[in-house]
Design a protein around this ligand. Structure first.
Ligand code: SF4
Length: 361
């Protein structure tokens, strides 16, 4: 809050926009804002419309619920149908449908589904319900994964044998590398997510900058933060540079948060994992390692279920990859809206379709 007034100051915002315009970029520049919160701020403050016309913003895959595949929801539904289980989850996941059902539908049929606001509530549920198995649905990137890791550690310390984690945690840099090589999207630079970067550090984007020659600038979430980051990306494009810059250095360090990184590597191991819209991305998923395998909810389901994402007219797979804008989906604002979402991008507050819908994209 200390910075909020300054970072929303109209004169400073105008100055930042003037600086972007003064670069006088002659070509179209495609900049991906990786994080849903950046998309939200661009819309909420009307910043998109103020940028020069040849700067195109592409919304990226940084909405955890949106990139979570149908198979994960299917697993959660299987677990929810077992009367011995209580599901603990963040709220926006329950509206997302898998191939056959959603947690919201299962709850209407009697499944015990608890919406939690903090992962530690799942531990409380395990302590107060010794006769039940508590399954926490761990969804999200490097920002939320340390929270899941810490409750798994806590469950071990408390010797809880009725707490489980179903992990759909993913890590961001491998997805950016995939996007860098996708000729269909043609990204000129990345506005990198502030929250994730606070954990992994600015160094994590080196590969995108050095190997794939994409300017990467980490931005905070206030309008001025984002416009300064945009200016730095555009300046790099103009000068033909591709380096990592940290505009959010009041929060993000070069090497991130060592304690959180240590915690992640203690509890999880990294392996190939699938993302909606991307398919399998190498070394992009976090799964419980040997020491914590007793807490893995996967063992309650048995063998890994593999399903193809259902075939519908929903274009979330293209939206999360930035291949189309939500407004290009034939269902947008027609059959699909926040009251009756067809896909996860209309469910989550960080989903591009939801943001476009709410803020007139
Ligand atoms: Fe899917 Fe709805 Fe978005 Fe279309 S508008 S991509 S149906 S969530």
């Amino acid at each position: 809050m200390r910075y909020e007034k300054l970072l929303r100051d109209k004169n400073l915002i105008k100055e930042a926009l003037d600086k972007i315009r003064s670069l006088n970029l002659r070509k179209n520049v495609n900049i991906m804002e990786v994080c849903g919160t950046h998309t939200y701020t661009f819309f909420r403050f009307g910043l998109r419309r103020m940028l020069p016309e040849n700067i195109h913003l592409i919304s990226g895959p940084g909405c955890p619920v949106c990139i979570t595949e149908d198979s994960f929801i299917d697993k959660a539904v299987i677990l929810a149908r077992d009367k011995n289980n209580i599901i603990a989850t963040f709220g926006d996941l329950i509206k997302v449908r898998g191939t056959k059902s959603s947690l919201e539908e299962e709850r209407a049929l009697g499944a015990n589904i608890n919406i939690v606001y903090s992962p530690s509530e799942a531990i409380d549920l395990a302590v107060t319900n010794p006769g039940k198995r508590i399954v926490f649905l761990g969804v999200g990137f490097e920002t939320t994964a340390p929270l899941s890791a810490s409750i798994v550690k806590e469950a071990k310390q408390k010797k809880l044998d009725n707490f489980f984690l179903l992990s759909a945690h993913r890590i961001i840099p491998p997805a950016l590398n995939v996007l860098c090589s996708d000729k269909e999207i043609n990204i000129d630079g990345f506005l990198c997510p502030g929250h994730v970067s606070a954990i992994i550090g600015a160094e994590a984007y080196k590969e995108a900058a050095q190997k794939f020659h994409k300017p990467c600038v980490i931005g905070g979430f206030e309008p001025l933060d984002m416009l300064i980051a945009m200016y730095k990306i555009c300046l790099q494009v103009k000068e033909g540079k591709s380096i990592v810059e940290n505009e959010y250095d009041r929060v993000v360090r070069q090497r991130g948060n060592p304690a959180a990184i240590k915690l992640l590597s203690e509890v999880f191991y990294v392996k190939d994992a699938s993302w909606r819209g991307f398919g399998t991305i190498k070394k992009s998923g976090l799964f419980l390692n040997e020491k914590y395998k007793n807490f893995d909810a996967q063992k309650l389901i048995g063998k890994e279920i593999k399903v193809k994402n259902k075939l519908t007219n929903c274009r979330c797979a293209d939206v999360v990859k930035g291949k189309i804008k939500p407004s290009e989906c034939p269902l947008f604002r027609k059959a699909c809206n926040p009251e009756k979402p067809f896909g996860p991008c209309m469910v989550s507050f960080e989903g591009s379709c939801r943001i476009y819908y709410e803020y007139g994209g």
